[in-house]
Design a protein around this ligand. Structure first.
Ligand code: PMP
Length: 284
């Protein structure tokens, strides 16, 4: 089956879809994106993702490409045309196509909108979560507005590839002061020896992950201790448990960092319990 992509008002097979070479996404990475998880044809946490999209657009002074109901229609139609039952959908909005100039083009230039959908193997993700993943620490060379879900992903892409090259599934990004900000495409967490759950405060230094929000609410509901503060690589290495969260990985235990074992070297009880509760919350 040919995969179908929505681009600026048209659903086409990938081979026929195109974007203008002067699209500001291509020229300047002047755009934002969202990834939503699909389970049993339902878009999980849809409002949370679209609220974040609106926020990212607002921070870049970009207008929404269309109304929210119209956007939801495009997402569902893209899922339907690609026959996605379990997977994810990707939205990208850029400032549109205009003669290349640093200044913002006038409002008459409409933004560009792309929507695509992919299947996702939930069984594979579940199997990986039973084993846990290895992570590698990599310097965080990103810009100062990481709270915007920007399509400028070059530093994350390079960090992620460096980790993969060393047999690690995620890169943990570290600032000069030795504190972890987040993963290349996830938020980072640790459990200390008093069973306190630590994750960085959602200021400009990290992306406010939707999964991070859901996990934080679950921790509070369980009556566990949540501390939103930065933690260092040394603290993570000495932690009882470490895990990362994201829309596509859900909650993934980290059992090794830079070749050093974390805790017992297997996914810990708190990570396993929280992952199960997230799966329950998402109806999985
Ligand atoms: N941080 C970064 C840098 C990310 O790219 C992502 C996922 N795109 C996340 C955190 C996790 O966010 P979410 O739970 O909304 O997928």
């Amino acid at each position: 089956m040919a995969r179908i992509i929505y681009v600026n008002g048209r659903y086409s097979p990938y081979s026929q879809a195109s974007i203008h070479v002067e699209d500001r996404g291509f020229q300047f990475a002047d755009g934002v994106y969202e990834v939503c998880f699909i389970h049993n044809r339902v878009i999980v946490d849809l409002d949370g993702h679209l609220d974040r999209l609106d926020r990212s657009l607002g921070e870049l002074r970009m207008a929404p490409p269309m109304s929210r109901p119209a956007l939801i229609h495009v997402m569902n139609e893209t899922l339907r045309r690609n026959k996605i039952r379990n997977g994810y959908t990707y939205l990208q909005v850029t400032r549109g196509a205009a003669p290349r100039a640093f200044s913002f083009p006038g409002d008459d230039i409409g933004s560009s909108l792309i929507c695509m959908a992919r299947p996702h193997d939930e069984k594979k993700n579940n199997a990986l979560a039973k084993k846990g993943i290895n992570a590698l620490t990599v310097p965080d060379i990103r810009w100062a507005r990481r709270d915007i879900k920007s399509i400028s992903l070059l530093p994350q892409m390079l960090a992620s590839q460096t980790a993969l090259d060393q047999g690690c599934a995620e890169a943990l990004l570290v600032e000069d002061d030795g504190f972890i900000t987040e993963g290349s495409h996830s938020n980072a967490w640790m459990v200390d020896h008093d069973n306190r759950l630590l994750t960085r405060r959602a200021d400009n230094s990290i992306l406010r992950g939707r999964t991070r929000e859901v996990v934080a609410a679950t921790i509070i509901e369980l009556g566990l201790k949540l501390e939103e503060r930065a933690f260092s690589v040394d603290e993570a290495l000495a932690a009882k448990e470490v895990f990362v969260t994201s829309t596509t990985a859900l909650l993934m235990p980290v059992v090794q960092i830079d070749g050093k074992q974390i805790g017992a070297g297997v996914p810990g009880d708190i990570s396993n319990k929280l992952r199960q509760l997230i799966c329950d919350a998402y109806g999985m």
